[in-house]
Each structure stands twice: as C-alpha cells, then as structure tokens.
Write a protein that binds this ligand. Structure first.
Ligand SMILES: Nc1nc2c(ncn2[C@@H]2O[C@H](COP(=O)(O)OP(=O)(O)OP(=O)(O)O)[C@@H](O)[C@H]2O)c(=O)[nH]1
Length: 171
C-alpha cells in the first residue's frame, strides 16, 4: 500500500486539509490522498497516481517479509517516476502484531540507506497514524513557507521527538 498526497483529477480516497494558513489565516491548501495498490500487477497503473504527488507514504507490513523486500523496488521506482522533490516516508505497518517478521531496526536501516524518514505504525490501534500525516504535512508546509535562512524542517527528528513526548510508540 502506498498513499500519495497530491492534487489530481478523479476521486481521491481522502482529502486532507493541510493547515497551511499563514498567520493572517488567508490561505488553505487541500491535498487529496490516494490509496494506491501495492501489488506488482498494478504497478503500471499506479504511476499515474503518484507521478504528481507531493508526498508518498510507503507502507510495508511488518508481519510480511515479502512486502518489506518489495520496498527497495518501490523506492527505485519512485526515484524514477515521482516528482524529484517528493516527500517520502517509509512506514512499517501492523506494529500491533505479535507475529513480526521484520524488526524495527531493519526498517530503520533501509530508510537510512535511502535517506527517507521511518517509523512503525498500526492502522489497527492508530499508533503513529496521525503523526505520519502531520509530519508530512509539516514538511510540505515548511517548504512552501520557509524563509530563506530558516533551517530545513527535520522530519525524522520531529517524529522521534513526538514519539518520545507521547512516551510510546516503540513496539
Ligand atoms: N493487525 C493489523 N492488521 C491490519 C493493520 N492494517 C491493516 N490490517 C489488516 O490487513 C489486511 C489488509 O489491509 P488492507 O488495508 O486491505 O491492505 P492494503 O495494503 O491496502 O492492500 P492492497 O489493497 O492490496 O494494497 C486487512 O485484513 C486489515 O484489517 C494493522 O495495523 N494491524
């Protein structure tokens, strides 16, 4: 599964209203969220969904090693077809499961290798789901509104800090 945030034509799975408003409260930007199929056989179709995406949440299933092994191919593919400045975040989903086939450290290592932020999530318990979207939204907002000498938003630092603050999220 891969979620793409962007602005395209047809029906999105969800529309996220990013709080991109300037302090004056004048501008709001909507982002459509597309849930694209992860299976190989849909790969040629999914290009169309993420080609213009501003951000991609790339998920693997921590109980399914094959889904983790596929991530390399996806990251290579994204590198080739997505926007050059697309925000990519790798997520190891089903972190609630007691039947793990992929360790958190393996996810972290792969993410480091590709220079993308990473965390584990659970769609079942809700663990880190909102954080993943918020972090990506913040990154996009910073890019849009950043002053020239303002430091870059550090997405991984942000999610690590938020997880520490919440005192949770390390399964
Ligand atoms: N335990 C657990 N189960 C989950 C979690 N997320 C999804 N599932 C289950 O995993 C199965 C597949 O979920 P989907 O959301 O259909 O997976 P998908 O990646 O969208 O599948 P594709 O449509 O093939 O891309 C369902 O039975 C879900 O209930 C999770 O965080 N924890």
């Amino acid at each position: 599964l891969c979620l793409a945030l962007g602005e395209s034509g047809a029906e999105p799975a969800l529309t996220l209203e990013l709080p991109l408003a300037a302090p004056s409260g004048q501008s709001q930007t909507e982002k459509d969220i597309w849930d694209t199929a992860g299976q190989e056989r849909f790969r040629s179709v999914t290009h169309a969904y993420y080609r213009d995406a501003h951000a991609l949440l790339l998920l693997y299933d921590v109980t399914n090693k094959a889904s983790f092994d596929n991530i390399r191919a996806w990251l290579t593919e994204i590198h080739e077809y997505a926007q050059q400045d697309v925000v990519v975040m790798l997520l190891g989903n089903k972190a609630d499961s007691h039947d793990k086939a992929v360790k958190r450290e393996e996810g972290e290592k792969l993410a480091k290798e590709f220079g993308v932020p990473f965390m584990e999530t659970s769609a079942k318990s809700g663990l880190n789901v909102e954080l993943a979207f918020t972090a990506v939204a913040k990154e996009l907002k910073h890019r849009t509104m950043k002053e020239p000498d303002e430091p870059k938003f550090q997405l991984q630092e942000y999610v690590d800090k938020e997880m520490r603050t919440a005192g949770c999220c390390r399964s």
